[in-house]
Write a protein that binds this ligand. Structure first.
Ligand code: NAD
Length: 259
């Protein structure tokens, strides 16, 4: 059912986005990568994960720039014949008390973590509806469901993304397009390693002790969720079995939001 379809995964040169791209490629889904930093390495990984002949593309749109997002969607249409699976994953974090939060960091987080999903979705949806099938997966967070101090912009963006997911799921409820959010707890990617490093530096801890404390504070399983687990959840949400899962915010958080 997934083989030969095309997925655009934003922010897929690293972390969770790359994990989801790899799981989709393993099922024979053609992949359009996006994101900053090294592209050749992630591209080679995705090509190696898929069957021979898998088509892998890349577009370097900055997800804070609506015009660049529109250019990326036009590239997917021209080179791949459209986007069947849209994974809105690109995201950044900044940690500070609200009165110390730099306004430009607030604007960047809202643009990249929230508004970019609107800009991709509005352009991907018409083609999905015409073809009668589509999957939109918004990578939100536990912070789309609950808050933490020092993360006002991120919590605001992720709650917004969960709301956006529900609204678009209702607008597409009678179509073959489903729209859902995935809400990970702690995943040990570069985004979280920065927070581990900050804790280790502030409190004079080892890397391992900083990770242990980070998990102990919020994630009852005391284990990080992995990009591979998130990739497999994405595969389920793309499957026929999930065709009536609509507008959900699906946690994979080691019990974080059960507390
Ligand atoms: P990461 O830093 O490993 O990857 C982020 C990706 O987004 C990279 O490919 C980066 O190049 C890309 N990116 C950043 N800014 C961009 C921009 N302006 N335009 C295009 N691409 C851009 O982070 P991650 O942990 O894999 O995070 C991926 C998503 O998962 C984010 O939305 C994040 O909020 C969410 N998330 C992460 C965790 C976690 O614990 N790591 C938990 C919950 C949710």
């Amino acid at each position: 059912m997934l083989k030969g379809r095309t997925a655009l995964v934003t922010g897929s040169t690293s972390g969770i986005g790359l994990g989801i791209a790899l799981s989709l490629a393993q099922r024979g889904v053609n992949i359009v990568l996006n994101g900053f930093g090294d592209v050749a390495g992630p591209r080679a990984q995705v090509e190696a994960a898929g069957p021979a002949g898998l088509k892998v593309g890349y577009h370097g749109a900055d997800m804070s720039q609506p015009a660049e997002i529109a250019a990326m969607m036009a590239y997917v249409e021209a080179e791949f014949g459209g986007c069947d699976i849209l994974v809105n994953n690109a995201g950044i974090q900044f940690v500070a008390a609200v009165e110390d939060f730099p306004p430009e960091r607030w604007d960047a987080i809202i643009a990249i973590n929230l508004s970019s999903a609107f800009h991709t979705t509005r352009l991907a949806l018409p083609g999905m509806k015409t073809r009668g099938w589509g999957r939109i997966l918004n990578i939100a967070s536990v912070h789309g469901l609950v808050a933490s101090a020092q993360k006002s912009a991120y919590v605001t963006a992720k709650h917004g993304l969960v709301g956006f997911t529900k609204a678009v799921a209702l607008e597409t409820a009678t179509t073959g397009v489903t729209v859902n959010a995935i809400c990970p707890g702690w995943v040990l990617t570069p985004l979280v390693q920065k927070q581990v490093d900050a804790r280790a530096a502030d409190l004079g801890l080892s890397n391992d002790e900083a990770k242990r404390q980070l998990l102990a504070e919020k994630q009852p399983s005391l284990q990080f969720t992995t990009p591979e687990q998130l990739g497999e959840l994405a595969i389920f949400l793309c499957s026929e079995a999930a065709s009536n899962v609509r507008g959900q915010a699906w946690s994979l958080d080691g019990g974080w939001t059960a507390q």
